[in-house]
Design a protein around this ligand. Structure first.
Ligand code: PLP
Length: 436
């Protein structure tokens, strides 16, 4: 057995990365973790607590990724740890129903009134893929609309012009996806009402569903404009297509009622993940009873999972939902996130750097651009060399943001005012050295 590294191993991450690359493709189990976009060595996490994690070299980082969204309470929240420990002693997978699954379903439905029933699965990919199948099965139609820069997991039919990792690698689709599989996926520009109307005029009677990140977090942070979101709802209703909000990232992250609560729009189907599992593999999709009852074992749309509704994951999710539903939780989180974003804006302005930023609840994005972009093409105009300089500058100063400019960031309830101030000061130092 290989010995654990000690605090003095300054190159411990490099050693681990070399070892990892010998046995895991690219040394990672999900591509963006590999630092390919920004260069350098990924940090191998040894442990995490609150707003921080420590890498193999013993370096502490203020964590603005939080497992890419789930860790809204910060790492190792005591109530969540206790719930998980209790659950695990009772057994960690049964493949038979448990009361806790009902409790979690009830908790989710109470917070998202657009959903009357919900099915639990194990990943956002699985949830989005299942929602797509359900939409097609329930409408008996083939076409699906998605938007350039939105990512809905890596199911074949949805792996077209997705954001984040794929954008970073300049790989709009993936090898291994036959063109026939995506021929019914219509990809439109985000926030482009004219294109949306044209697609419905041409294909309205064949469109099963429109899937959207209503606040997109996979082309950094881009909001659907209110008129655009409303038009999505109207056109789906008018043409009998299902409006599917992919809230894997935004669900319980931008507010207690998700992006649908922020926008005041009721989707037909909602896809959830990340926060509802509190860091455990858990995701879900749901909607009106009449549609959800199309699923097996009641209806003809097949969907299943050995680990679905896992007892430890549901315990973790339930404990997390209990904490975030406490009065004032999102007000405090939003305030913290806003203070980070405003502080970064002020630091950039003071040094004459192009910068724009936005946030909602505990999710934020910033761009090294004067104006907030409205779609993927505009996001793509960011100078990646400048972003990489900022990324590495922050990393050296103990601040961990996403290693790609196409990713949103996440603040947790555990981030303190001091953490936010230290982050702003680190950014200020980097801006002051950068050419305007
Ligand atoms: N949908 C959205 C909006 C996401 O952000 C993600 C992951 O980042 C997914 C779906 C896929 O979720 P998972 O990585 O759990 O498969």
């Amino acid at each position: 057995m290989t010995a654990l590294f000690t605090m003095s191993d300054h190159n411990a991450n490099d050693i681990l990365f070399e070892r990892a690359r010998a046995v895991i493709p690219g040394g990672v189990n999900s591509p963006v973790r590999a630092f390919r976009a920004v260069g350098g060595t990924p940090r191998f996490v040894q442990r995490a607590q609150g707003a921080y994690f420590w890498d193999a070299a013993g370096q502490r980082y203020i964590d603005y990724i939080g497992s890419w969204g789930p860790m809204i309470l910060g790492h190792g929240h005591p109530a969540v740890v206790e719930a998980v420990q209790r659950a695990v002693t009772d057994g960690f997978s049964f493949g038979a129903p448990t009361e806790r699954e009902i409790e979690l379903a009830e908790a989710i439905l109470a917070l998202l009134p657009s959903m009357e029933m919900v099915r639990l699965v194990s990943s956002g990919t699985e949830a989005a893929m299942s929602a797509l199948r359900l939409a097609r099965g329930a409408t008996d139609r083939k076409y699906i609309i998605k938007f350039e820069g939105c990512y809905h997991g890596h199911a074949d039919a949805l792996l077209v012009k997705a954001g984040s990792g794929l954008a970073t690698f300049g790989n709009p689709t993936s090898a291994g996806v036959p063109p026939e599989v995506v021929q019914h996926t219509l990809v439109l520009e985000y926030n482009n009402i004219a294109q949306l109307e044209e697609a419905f005029t041409l294909h309205g009677h064949e469109i099963a569903g429109l899937m959207i990140e209503a606040i997109a977090g996979n082309m950094n942070f881009v909001r659907a404009g209110s008129d655009f979101a409303k038009r999505c709802r109207e056109l789906c209703t008018q043409h009998g297509a299902l409006l599917i909000f992919d809230e894997v990232m935004t669900g319980f992250r931008v507010g207690l009622h998700g992006a649908q609560g922020v926008l005041g729009i009721r989707p037909d189907l909602t896809v959830l993940g990340k926060v509802i599992g509190g860091g455990m593999p858990l995701a879900a999709f749901g909607g009106p009873r009449a549609i959800m009852e199309q699923l097996a074992p009641l209806g003809p749309v097949y969907q299943a999972g050995t680990l679905s509704g896992n007892p430890v994951a549901t315990a973790c999710g339930l404990a997390t939902l209990k904490e975030i539903a406490k009065p004032g939780f999102y007000e405090a989180l939003s305030q913290k996130t806003r203070s980070l974003v405003e502080g970064l804006k002020a630091a950039a302005a003071a040094e004459g750097q192009p910068f724009s930023a936005d946030s909602e609840g505990g999710m934020f994005g910033f761009f090294l651009l004067n104006e907030l972009p409205q779609n993927y093409a505009e996001v793509m105009t960011t100078d990646s060399a400048r972003f990489n300089m900022l990324f590495h500058g922050l990393l050296e100063r103990g601040v961990y943001i996403a290693p790609a400019l196409y990713e949103a960031g996440f603040v947790s309830a555990a981030h303190s005012d001091e953490d936010i101030a230290a982050t702003i000061e680190a950014a200020r130092q980097i801006f002051s050295k950068a050419a305007p």
